[in-house]
Design a protein around this ligand. Structure first.
Ligand code: 13P
Length: 248
């Protein structure tokens, strides 16, 4: 399965940061790239980054979308607008959206469907909190988020799952390789039960403190088909080092 390495810039980056995407594009232009590479910048940089990345191996994604095509929703962005701006994908259900904005799996389901409606790939995020892990509820939480967040329109081409344990995001902590194997294996079984062969072919990314130093062991785990990278994607060399690991 061709891996996907996606950088989520979150609420980081001014125009000068476009240089990071420029550096990533030019480094990747020098060789054959055997992974899909994507950056999700803040909305203010999206169109400019599409211009920077035009003709390169790097595609551009939104970080969130509204469920409606248009309308009176101040501050929101429709999936169709992301597509019109040149994005090919949208992240939905990131834990920071679920926490900061009270997003439920039902809303995430509708946002993913909106992404599909607009012709975007939906990167659907799930993951347990520290309290849930300590309570032994990880697999139950992940299964219920997965069941409720994925619309029927999901297929292997338009959907990517990102498993991001909330407690591993931005903390430098990561689950053990055995823990990642257990969760990714459970996600794969759930996807296959619901979507059949499409579920076997859907990529499942790991996210949460992925760095050049730990990427190799995380990416070697069965059913880890790439990475969703936060902080380390803000530095071109770190992001490139992670991409290099995912390719091998
Ligand atoms: P960090 O890589 O900074 O932990 O962020 C992970 C993440 O939330 C990506 O969506």
């Amino acid at each position: 399965m061709r891996p996907l390495v996606a950088g989520n810039w979150k609420m980081n980056g001014l125009r000068a940061s476009l240089d990071v995407s420029r550096d990533v594009c030019s480094a990747l232009a020098r060789g054959d790239v055997s992974a899909d590479v994507m950056i999700a910048p803040p909305a203010t940089l999206l169109m400019a980054m599409v211009g920077v990345c035009a003709g390169s191996n790097v595609s551009v994604a939104g970080q969130d979308c509204h469920t409606a095509k248009s309308g009176a929703h101040t501050g929101d962005i429709a999936a169709e607008m992301l597509r019109d701006a040149g994005a090919t994908a949208v992240i939905v259900g990131h834990s920071e959206r679920r926490t900061d904005h009270g997003e439920t799996s039902a809303l995430v389901h509708d946002k993913a469907a909106a992404g599909h409606r607009a012709g975007l790939m939906a990167i659907i995020c799930i993951g347990e909190t520290q309290a849930e892990r300590h309570a032994g509820q990880t697999l139950a939480v992940v299964a219920s988020q997965l069941a409720a967040s994925l619309p029927p329109s999901c297929d292997a081409r338009n959907t990517v799952i990102a498993y991001e344990p909330v407690w591993a995001i931005g903390t430098g902590l990561t689950p053990t390789v055995d823990d990642v194997r257990e969760v990714h294996g459970a996600i794969r079984r759930d996807l296959e039960t619901r979507f059949g062969s499409a579920g076997s072919a859907m990529r499942i990314l790991y996210g949460g403190s992925v760095k050049p130093e730990n990427a190799r062991s995380l990416m070697s785990v069965a059913h880890v088909n790439g990475a969703l990278v936060g902080g380390a994607s803000l530095k071109a060399q770190d992001f490139l080092d992670i991409i290099a690991v995912c390719e091998t």
